[in-house]
Design a binder for this molecule. Structure first.
Ligand SMILES: C[S@@+](CC[C@H](N)C(=O)[O-])C[C@H]1O[C@@H](n2cnc3c(N)ncnc32)[C@H](O)[C@@H]1O
Length: 255
């Protein structure tokens, strides 16, 4: 069964800012990881492809000192970015991975943070990225890969979520192959240990905002059962324990 594409204008935009907010420690961690993998020159112009509400776009302008474009197909996600993630060197543009509204060879770095798996035509997206990237540029692909699926805490309470995500995300080989056809090769693959939430209780509070597209593929009954299991866990487990997860970042460049 193929999963139907998720349109963030329908539901996902509603709780995204709060449900997926990153604290300063998480932002600093990602800025450090991105900077370690970017070309050395400064300033760098950056494309945040599938930028959503602009969680990372101002950070990219600040970290690399150049302009940052957030390209995003959902009008409601873009409106939230314009309202809450404005920056003097950032512009949010309507577009998609398959149709990037930027000139040829105009950016030094492309970030896709949990957006590549939403692109229906990954080969066309890879060709578009190749078109807009300058020589020597880099692609940072933060994704889950279905053959390297990490243990995620919330999957314990929503057991079908893992099976859904196995369908939702490409394998590492499939992602690499989409880029190989346009001359990209893998430069490195990092696994970052991310602090997802300071406590299980806080993790549960954010999950209730349903700002995870996997929820769009679960039935209401499955979701309610999952939250009931999570409530039991909060009573019986250490509700104050931090929730951590391993996050993959694939770095690609052209030979
Ligand atoms: C999980 S959100 C990630 C947003 C942002 N990168 C972040 O980390 O907060 C996935 C985003 O990908 C966007 N998206 C969906 N289809 C896309 C496509 N074909 N091209 C680019 N982005 C797409 C969605 O609208 C959504 O904003």
């Amino acid at each position: 069964m193929t999963l139907k594409p998720v349109c963030y204008d329908d539901n996902q935009h509603k709780g995204y800012r709060e449900g997926r907010a990153l604290d300063p420690e998480q932002m600093a961690q990602w800025a450090e990881v991105f900077a370690a993998e970017a070309p050395l020159a400064r300033p760098l112009d950056v494309l945040d492809l599938g930028s959503g509400v602009g969680r990372f776009t101002p950070l990219l302008a600040e970290t690399f000192g150049g302009r940052a474009w957030g390209v995003e197909p959902s009008a409601k996600m873009r409106a939230l970015a314009d309202a809450h993630a404005a920056h003097q060197r950032v512009a949010y543009l309507e577009g998609s991975g398959e149709a990037i509204p930027l000139p040829d060879a105009s950016v030094d770095l492309v970030l896709m943070f949990l957006s590549f798996h939403h692109m229906p035509d990954r080969a066309t997206a890879a060709a578009e990225i190749a078109r807009v990237l300058k020589p020597g540029g880099r692609v940072l692909l933060r994704s889950v890969f279905s053959d390297r699926m990490p243990e995620l805490d919330w999957h314990r309470y929503f057991p079908r979520a893992r099976a859904v995500e196995m369908q939702m995300f490409p394998t590492l080989g499939e992602a690499e192959q989409a880029f190989a056809t346009t001359g990209f090769r893998t430069l490195s693959l990092h696994t970052v240990e991310e602090r997802f939430a300071p406590t299980l209780r806080e993790h549960a509070r954010r999950l209730r905002l349903r700002a995870v597209s996997t929820f769009e593929h679960l039935s209401e009954a499955e979701i309610q059962e999952g939250f009931a299991r999570l409530d039991t866990a909060l009573e019986t487990e250490a509700a104050e324990r931090p929730v951590r997860a391993l996050a993959d970042l694939l770095v690609l460049g052209r030979a």
